[in-house]
Design a protein around this ligand. Structure first.
Ligand SMILES: *Cc1c(COP(=O)(O)O)cnc(C)c1O
Length: 407
């Protein structure tokens, strides 16, 4: 019997999702229509933020966020080095510089000590922002970071963490995205993330001005609010109180980074299933946690960071490959031969040739230690318990570790 291939992550689409997209196809608006706003309103309500603005990808959103925050040449953004390329690249898109922070070797998260150490390496006065990353679905300790970062602009890269909860400065547990200790948070709706729209991203914030700026940059920088017009003779016909119906202005160039109605309808349908997705991911991850512990001291499920209820994006095992007399590549290849996809999240970004050529980042030992051991095992909402058993059995076999019966 051939078993289906298990990728490390994938979407979970049902008939309701398909019907939602089909309805848009039969309607009047494929883009800039009502589905976008409906998705944004539901998203904001779900995470407890005042505003949600959807865009074409998480990466596009991080770019817009850096623009809307006014970051530019001469400014420094602190970014943990264990993240996806896009978190750091967002600063570079607007001409700002990155100073890479180390991470905790057990959780992969940037804590306050790592943030402060990175800030110390930046030119005095240059640090303007910090982009903490909620790696794997855990949360950075946001109240502590807010306290340490003072008035710096804090944008959470929450691409892994939709559906999770973490501690607010008040001590209450709040949804990730409520921005109780940050200026904004960015989510992705790429198919491996908690909900899928194909490509997509959603910015959330409680700052109305910031949401408006972000929305303008998403749409070419077009201004349609007459109260903001600068060239009044062009905007108003002689003797008329209302601006000309076609008129718009551009004060700063933006992009076309819109999410369309097909994607938004899918997003809204997926959002209705988010709680179920998160529950299933937690269930699967708890099962991984129990079973992986039976593989002995050299295989460790990742520790749960304090002060958060993770919405597990990835199921990471920290494996001492050298102690097991193997390599990560060999393990990945053998698992692939058994129909199991794994991945490494992430190559520390400061070691990428582009960033090595640009910066003299010192050794970041926490990140090196995390990176040397991490392996992301299949985790997605459409998986069942038996899939987890299959993965752990295969991992045990590949690592030559006898696993007692799983039942
Ligand atoms: C997925 C992801 C992004 C980028 O999102 P896209 O929607 O793929 O552009 C950024 N940061 C992190 C941590 C991510 O996981």
């Amino acid at each position: 019997m051939t078993e289906t291939f298990l990728p490390y992550g994938r979407q979970f689409i049902d008939e309701d999702d398909i019907a939602a997209v089909t309805e848009v196809l039969r309607g009047d608006w494929l883009t800039t229509g009502p589905a976008v706003e409906a998705f944004e309103r539901a998203f904001a309500a779900k995470v407890g933020a005042n505003h949600a603005v959807a865009c074409s990808s998480g990466t596009a959103g991080l770019h817009l966020l850096a623009l809307a925050a006014g970051l530019g040449p001469g400014d420094v953004v602190i970014v943990p080095t264990v993240t996806f390329l896009a978190t750091a690249n967002a600063a570079r898109y607007v001409g700002a510089e990155v100073v890479f922070a180390d991470v905790d070797p057990q959780t992969g998260l940037m804590g306050v000590p790592q943030f402060l150490e990175a800030a110390d390496r930046a030119p005095p006065g240059a640090v303007k922002a910090v982009f903490p990353v909620h790696l794997n679905g855990h949360s950075v300790d946001m109240p502590a970071l807010r306290q340490a970062a003072g008035a710096l602009f804090i944008a959470e890269d929450a691409c892994h963490a939709l559906g999770g909860r973490h501690k607010a400065p008040s001590g209450a547990m709040v949804p990730v995205g409520s921005c109780s200790a940050s200026n904004a948070a960015m989510f992705s709706t790429h198919p491996v993330k908690a909900i899928a729209t194909g490509e997509g991203g959603v910015l959330v914030t409680n700052d109305t001005d910031f949401a408006e700026r972000f929305g303008r940059f998403r749409n070419h920088g077009m201004v349609r609010d007459p109260a903001l017009f600068q060239h009044l003779e062009a905007a108003f016909e002689p003797g008329e109180d209302a601006a000309a119906p076609w008129y718009y202005e551009m004060h700063e160039p933006g992009y076309n980074y819109r999410l369309n109605d097909l994607q938004s309808a899918l997003g809204l349908s997926q959002l209705r299933r988010l709680d179920g997705f998160v529950q299933q991911r937690r269930r699967l991850r708890d099962r991984y946690d129990r079973l992986l512990r039976r593989l002995g001291p050299h295989v460790r499920p990742i520790q749960v960071a304090e002060g958060c209820e993770p919405a597990w994006h990835l199921s990471v095992a920290l494996i001492d490959f050298a102690a097991l007399a193997t390599t990560r590549s060999a393990v990945m290849r053998q698992l692939r031969d058994r129909g199991i996809g794994t991945q490494v999240h992430y190559i520390p970004v400061h070691t990428q040739p582009y960033y090595r050529n640009r910066y003299d980042t010192p050794a970041l030992p926490g990140a090196e230690r995390y990176y040397a051991r991490c392996l992301s095992l299949p985790l997605f909402a459409a998986m069942g318990d038996s899939d987890v058993d299959r993965v752990v059995e295969a991992l045990g076999a590949v690592l030559d570790l006898p696993l007692e019966s799983l039942s």
